[in-house]
Ligand binder design. Structure first.
Ligand SMILES: Nc1nc2c(ncn2[C@@H]2O[C@H](COP(=O)(O)OP(=O)(O)OP(=O)(O)O)[C@@H](O)[C@H]2O)c(=O)[nH]1
Ligand SMILES: [Mg+2]
Length: 287
């Protein structure tokens, strides 16, 4: 009987969940930045071999939400935890010990593994002793990744594969295109601005060569628009170049990326926009 299950990576913002997802599936699917709260909509990545299929889910970091966008992110993250067959509780080794997962998510799923991340930045002599079943991993050096995979495989339930054995992702190409634009936004903009940017793909013409993609980059206020554009359009050009290269590598196609900056007033508090972006609010916070 084959094994197949949903394995969710859960932990605080910036713990290295997305970097770990990419290391586990062997493809740069999830966007990464040194700024916290990069992931919004959970990213799914598949790892399939002859007997097992692992459906990894990499949601936003678990935190107390301060405004509706963060509420939508938390709702999706909790759903990913509660839908999982196995949860990998992810926490930076330098900040060990991790809090109890039940204090972060309430009711616990059936199986939980604890993986301490970024082990490469903690010198061996200062490492805390780990309890049995706890692992130290590093996406940077590769330490512990094979051991973590073995532990996950051992915890998977029996069941038929949910996806084709050749698939790596399950989400549409448009989703990844928008994410790669966001990744460039996080790299190019400072302070609060990356958090005020939403990206939506409004044209994706695969039949053309180069592939034509038009993305809308939405900010919350008029005053943010010139900052995203930059002097003489420099910042938006840098975002466009970085995002185009990332999308082209992902699609293995030539890409023409057309970026438009627009204002969606206070979109982070707008339940309809959040739902459209894939982050519906929990029922009690919809007004
Ligand atoms: N040195 C080192 N840095 C790492 C490692 N894993 C992740 N990082 C860095 O940690 C930062 C956050 O990584 P992400 O993968 O975006 O973290 P995340 O938990 O997905 O963050 P959110 O989506 O914002 O919750 C980035 O700057 C990564 O390069 C690691 O194993 N070693
Ligand atoms: Mg992330």
């Amino acid at each position: 009987m084959p094994r197949c299950g949903i394995v969710t990576l859960a932990g605080p913002p910036n713990a290295g969940k997305s970097t770990l997802l990419n290391a586990l599936v062997g493809e740069p699917l999830a966007i990464v930045s040194h700024k916290p709260q990069t992931t919004r909509v959970p990213v799914r990545g598949l790892l399939t071999d002859a007997e097992t299929q692992i459906v990894f889910v990499d949601p936003a970091g678990l935190m107390d939400p301060a405004y509706p966008l963060q509420k939508g992110m938390r709702r999706a993250a909790l759903e990913a935890v509660h839908d999982a067959d196995v949860v990998v509780h992810v926490h930076p080794l330098a900040e060990a010990p991790a809090p109890r997962l039940e204090d972060l998510v309430g009711r616990l799923p059936a199986k939980v593994l604890l993986a301490y991340t970024k082990a490469d930045v903690v010198p061996p002599e200062t490492r805390p002793a780990l309890a049995p079943g706890e692992l130290a991993v590093s996406a940077e050096s590769g330490e512990g990744i094979a051991e973590l995979l073995a532990a996950i495989r051992g915890a998977l339930p029996e069941g038929p594969f949910l996806y084709d054995a050749d698939d790596v992702g399950t989400q549409p190409l448009r989703f990844f295109a928008a994410e790669f634009v966001r990744e460039a936004v996080y790299a190019a903009l400072e302070e609060e601005l990356p958090y005020a940017v939403a990206v939506e793909i409004d044209e994706f013409r695969e039949a053309e060569d180069p592939v034509y993609i038009r993305a809308v980059l939405a900010v919350e206020r008029d005053s943010q628009k010139p900052i995203v554009l930059g002097k003489g359009g420099r910042t938006i050009r840098a975002i466009g170049t970085a995002a185009r290269e990332r999308i082209a590598a992902f699609l293995e196609r030539r890409v023409y990326l057309d970026l438009w900056v627009t204002v969606w007033p206070r979109w982070r508090r707008d339940p309809a926009v959040l739902a459209r972006l894939g982050l519906p609010l929990p029922p009690e916070s919809q007004r």
